[in-house]
Design a protein around this ligand. Sequence first.
Ligand code: MOS
Length: 701
Amino acid sequence: MSPDSFPLGPLPYPLGAPLVRREGREKVTGTARYAAEHTPPGCAYAWPVPATVARGRVTSVDTAAALALPGVYAVLTHENAPRLAATGDPTLSVLQDDRVPHRGWYVALAVADRLETARAAAGAVRVRYETAAHDVRLTAAHPRMYDAETANGGYPGTRERGDFEGAFAAAPVTLDATYTVPPLHNHPMEPHASTARWSDGHLTVHDSSQGATKVCEDLAALFRLDRSEVTVVSEHVGGGFGSKGTPRPQVVLAAMAARHTGHPVKLSLPRRQLPAVVGHRAPTIQRVRLGAGDDGVLTALAHEAATHTSTVTEFVEQAAVPGRVMYTSPNSRTVHRVVPLDVPTPSWMRAPGEAPGMYALESAVDELAVLLDIDPVDLRMRNEPDTEPDSDRAFSSRQLVGCLREGAERFGWLPRDPRPGVRREGDLLLGTGVASATYPVYIAASSAEAHAATDGSYRIRVNATDIGTGARTVLAQLAAGVLAVPEERIRIEIGSSDLPPAMLAGGSAGTASWGWAVHKACTALRHRLRDHVGPLPADGLTAAADTRRETAEGSPYARHAFGATFAEVQVDTVTGEVRTRRLLGVYAAGRILNSRTARSQFIGGMTMGLGMALMEGSVLDPAFGDFAECDLASYHVPACADVPLIEAHWLEEEDPHLNPMGSKGIGEIGIVGTAAALANAVRHATGVRFRDLPLTPDKVL
Ligand code: MOS
């Protein structure tokens, strides 16, 4: 379908307008209910018991003291918990056997009439272990390191083109540098929580999830039920950043406990337990080698990323993938290596792959610019490819150069004195930096229903999830646009597995995937309404649609969003503290469907990139095998005082090769270039290149 067929009438609320989010008032007045705020009659409370050893087996669980507490209903262990079927996700096989694959793995669950009792009971459970030696230390040359066959997202682990070694050896200017990113935690504002109840064999769960369809399917599989026997509701979700993209143990435990005790059960994970059980961004050790001519044009590019996974399942952070997209590189090698350690299982965190990968690549490009004495904006423009380097496919649209140009203009990049350490304000050194951003266009089959009622209102049903992005609002805008009716007449039903199944809120693909299905259903409804003669039947008219056919076709084009991030920092030469003075991003991400919610997404991503650059980081304690930073007192995220005015802009972009709305994803690209832009600014300020994130005072001083 071409954008020409997108029937935008003269509307009161055209697509792109900054509509305020529909549930905003509910959220700020506290009436919006989250998963842990549903309390069915007779509801019990659960508190998990995490393993206190890093590897081994549970030899005994003494629950007597816990069960003796008044109000305790049960303590589930691997000996008495309901038996589950296996799914594709072994992190969900909780309390099924005695093995402890990492510290924090759940070994028991206390269930009681009150939260306080459940917590006390969990504390009274005595677990004995037989321990085995553990290893949580990632090194690039780890003896058990292997080349990954595929990386997250289904990308090939290794890609080679041309003769990297030969070209690198022959290049007049070369750079060989290694960058590290520590483990990072998602820490959404709302911790993972579920309220589960069984009624006549039907399982109903309120779950804090980015996609209730998948949670429903997995629960059905685990408990050997038909999909129709499970309802999962995720009405409001307080962020996820990838950690709620798949079901997490709390939903399985809550359902198990509810079945075992006969009570509805509520389980809200304590924040300190999140790092061990909801995924994390795996640490990476990334070696980047660049070879270029004196003109700055790259002749050789190698990006080799080493990372860890758990012994439970393989997850490979695809950090070398953006090296296949970004720059001219006739001779290139991109490799992912992974070692299974006795660590919690890593998973998706906002822009998995691109966020750490582009930190390394864009730092390396900056280093090359310094070596060549070429302006880093100019250097990037000199390496603009005609086609996607890895695949030789044409780009559906690519406005990286436009973003760099517009960003440089708005930021006041030129004239910039490239010499480091020349701008000083008392004890402060000032510097500026730039980095590119990219994020792929993903889309997945979704289904939706559009209904016209006799009172002139319309109802859209689709199992989209609003994780704080404004999904309801943009879908209403889209439906109003297609149906050519005012947005107020559209009702949106999302966030339940009883609705037509749809893509999770992830991969920056939610709006495009749901929107396409909504667009198709509304188009069909509009045709039905046009063809209908006489008054509507009492139950109105309905049209259903799904995009399996459209999305199965794939695309002959390389489809990515692009951006450019500019940063200004001050570095305190007395304390070593780096503070962000300015952040400015310019993005090209197809058509922007709601300028208000889109701006929030870009700014949110950039803020998370600021955290990644300057403060976020977690340490796996080699002795105990757990993350030393488990809460928000020790795992520092940007607070308001750390965040300056952040500007997000975008270019008009008409791309006919995406979807009927012409939109690319915007949820993740904001984080992508930000860490490198800040790190490059720190180098400009100080003349010192720091290659290990985060740039905390202890390193910088
Ligand atoms: Mo995102 S890390 O795909 O939720």
